[in-house]
Design a protein around this ligand. Structure first.
Ligand SMILES: Cc1cc2nc3c(=O)[nH]c(=O)nc-3n(C[C@H](O)[C@H](O)[C@H](O)COP(=O)(O)O)c2cc1C
Length: 217
């Protein structure tokens, strides 16, 4: 399949076929998308909660009660539902854990390179924490970047998705004790397969034309 076909074929599914499950082999690749996403200074400031059982989906659906009820069926009828959460701190211990992982993965030929990376990473974190004062926002941008490549990736695997900001994030934080663990929920993505009756599948895609959004220099 060529890329434009994948992009035009994907859409935000409003009605999932509850009888269809993502295979285990495909889901291994789905997890790779989450893990291998790039992030600024390799910060990887994310955590993912994945539900593929009714009990797990019930817990995530607590975030779609009340005002966000329109998203509830997309949680129950999906094959897998993922809560995207962001870290709420990037302290010295966390930076060291990234560094040690990189060392274990063979990224440093000498100790001096390792020291340089830790120093550089701390500079960036301090810049966002103290000068720009947007550390939380910056970390959340990295999680959204992950979500963006994730949506394209699953589409390339032939898996349908619906990203959802229409969820009560505080309710999810409470349900999963995320804040106590140093995270906060950002959005939910349901995965599975479109149902034949999904009205959104029949609607044409709508985007601004190239001339509106691109300026050629
Ligand atoms: C971050 C994000 C949050 C979204 N939240 C919801 C949502 O809560 N419920 C929903 O049905 N669609 C949601 N959407 C789907 C958008 O409405 C959809 O992506 C947009 O209209 C473009 O259409 P397409 O994805 O079908 O190409 C969301 C999309 C994104 C990227």
């Amino acid at each position: 399949m060529i890329l434009s076909e994948i992009l035009n074929n994907r859409y935000s599914v409003k009605e999932f076929d509850a009888t269809k499950k993502i295979s285990e082999t495909d889901f291994e690749q789905v997890k790779d998308l989450l893990r291998l996403s790039p992030s600024s200074i390799n910060l990887q400031p994310w955590h993912f909660l994945i539900a593929d059982t009714t009990e797990g989906k019930q817990r995530i659906a607590k975030g779609t009660e009340g005002f966000f009820h329109f998203n509830t069926p997309k949680v129950y009828d999906a094959s897998h539902v993922i809560v995207f959460a962001a870290r709420t701190n990037a302290d010295e211990a966390y930076l060291t854990s990234i560094l040690e992982q990189e060392d274990e993965d063979g990224r440093f030929a000498a100790q001096e390179f390792k020291d340089q990376v830790q120093g550089g990473r701390k500079l960036f974190v301090d810049l966002h924490k103290y000068d720009l004062k947007d550390l939380q926002h910056w970390m959340e941008k990295q999680v959204y970047l992950n979500m963006g490549s994730f949506l394209l990736g699953v589409a390339a695997l032939g898996i349908d998705a619906c990203p959802m900001e229409g969820v009560d994030l505080k309710a999810l934080d409470i349900e999963f004790g995320l804040r106590e663990k140093g995270y906060t929920a950002l959005a939910v993505v349901s995965l599975g397969y479109r149902k034949d009756t999904d009205f959104n599948a029949k609607l044409p895609k709508s985007r601004f034309p190239e001339e509106t959004i691109i300026t050629k220099l």
